[in-house]
Design a protein around this ligand. Structure first.
Ligand code: NZQ
Ligand code: ZN
Length: 380
């Protein structure tokens, strides 16, 4: 097993009717004025907002509210939130929503202590401090509720970039799987695809870390089974809960132990797709690129790919495994080609070039400009 570091300080409160506890946790840590950050308004129609505000009131916590975080959150909105925090002497952030809301909250939390928040993404300023962050998760997908990463889009410069810092873990994250029953089917699928993708980005880079490989195979099977069950019954609590916890674990550090840092080429190429097409959801881009990446790289790592095909899908060959993955995505209604995303072949060059702005990506499978182009062509 390779050298590794493991750190995850986030306190997870998981289960039915746990949202009403958020005020107590914020109070326990000694804060009494928070910024509530949210997205396009789903929290008002599914009852999450009223649970949160009741709990804050009961615990004498004052709040300033700021909504409008977009899926694929933007730099401009984050800058506006930082101004509000500074003008109102806010002590902590409470993010209520999916990955986009939580990611923007992490960017803001760190961005309050640097000259400009985008410098963190460009790595011209480093994170040494961040406002405390509490989250109420409403969409299990990214794992951001239990990790240190955030992704933000600089729409002007067409850069969708990430940062991670030990100061960016949420202090407390509340996950009540019940509130995910209001998700449109497309978003449930996105959750499953993103969680699966995080595990796969790690799994194919790992060497002999048997415990992690086995945990990751079990998690991949659990994600697929849970989404299949939810397709039959979106109100099946146990499947919601199993998908939620698998998605949190998928990018929590646990699945990365001994995995050499992971590959992350599929994520890099997807981020370049969303940089040009902000309406393409993160997981939709992943569903299109992952099978293409697998077709491109599997011969360099055939033993691991065979093991994956057998232990995740119960099939005997790599090609059958890749077909099974594509069929799973199709069965769920996820896109599986660039055409499904309305991305024309003429855009491949620009997307490939964009994916190289941060240099060659990958671990066992180094992806350069030519390789990125070839993968995108395999996804047409
Ligand atoms: O904005 P609202 O009205 O809340 O609606 C959202 C949004 O339209 C809706 N939604 C969320 N919870 C709901 C709900 N609708 C009904 N009922 C609920 N309970 O779902 C839509 C999508 O939400 P969003 O937060 O954008 O989705 P997701 O959680 O998939 O986050 C995607 C973002 O996270 C980044 C992605 O690139 C993308 O920007 N990622 C973050 C990572 C991380 N921090 O570790 C890793 C990932 O690989 C990823 O890059
Ligand atoms: Zn992802």
């Amino acid at each position: 097993m390779e050298f590794f570091k493991y750190y995850n300080p986030t306190r997870i409160i998981f289960g039915k009717n746990t949202i009403s506890e958020i005020g107590e946790y914020i109070k326990e840590y000694g804060y009494n004025k928070v910024l509530i950050l949210y997205g396009g308004g789903s929290i008002f129609s599914n009852g999450v907002y009223s649970e949160v505000s009741k709990s804050l009131q009961l615990n004498d916590i004052i709040s300033v509210e700021f909504g409008g975080v977009q899926p694929n959150p933007t730099l401009d909105h984050a800058r506006a939130a930082i101004r509000i925090i500074k003008d109102n002497n806010i002590q902590a952030i409470l993010a209520v929503g999916g990955g986009s809301v939580i990611d923007e909250a992490k960017s803001i939390a760190a961005g309050c202590y640097v000259d400009d928040v985008w410098n963190i993404f460009e790595k011209t300023e480093s994170v040494k401090k961040a406002l405390p962050l509490f989250t109420v998760l409403t969409l299990s997908a990214t794992g951001t509720e239990m990790n240190s990463f955030a992704v933000l889009s600089n729409t002007e410069q067409k850069k969708k970039w990430a940062f991670g810092s030990p100061f960016s873990y949420p202090l407390v994250s509340i996950i009540d799987p019940q509130v995910q029953m209001t998700l449109p089917w497309r978003q449930t699928v996105n959750g499953g695809v993103d969680a699966l993708s995080h595990i796969m980005e790690l799994y194919f880079a790992g060497d002999s870390a048997e415990a992690t490989l086995s945990i990751n195979e079990a998690l991949m099977r659990t994600v697929i089974k849970s989404v299949d069950e939810l397709q039959k019954d979106p109100n099946d609590y146990d499947s919601r809960a199993n998908l939620a916890w698998s998605a949190s674990l998928a990018l929590s550090g646990l699945t990365a132990v001994g995995m050499n840092g992971g590959e992350w080429s599929v994520h890099r190429i997807e981020h370049s797709i969303s940089a040009y097409y902000p309406n393409v959801a993160h997981a939709e881009g992943l569903a299109v690129i992952f099978p293409a990446w697998m077709k491109y790289v599997n011969k360099q790592n055939s033993e691991r790919f065979e093991r994956w095909a057998k232990n995740v899908f119960g099939v005997d060959s790599i090609n059958e495994g890749i077909d099974a993955l594509i069929n799973t995505f199709k069965r769920w209604g996820a896109p599986t080609s660039l055409a499904d995303l309305n991305v024309p072949s003429e855009m491949i060059e620009q997307i490939a070039q964009n994916s190289m702005l941060l240099g060659i990506v990958g671990n066992k499978h180094k992806i350069d400009l030519d390789a990125s182009r070839s993968i995108l062509n395999l996804a047409l």
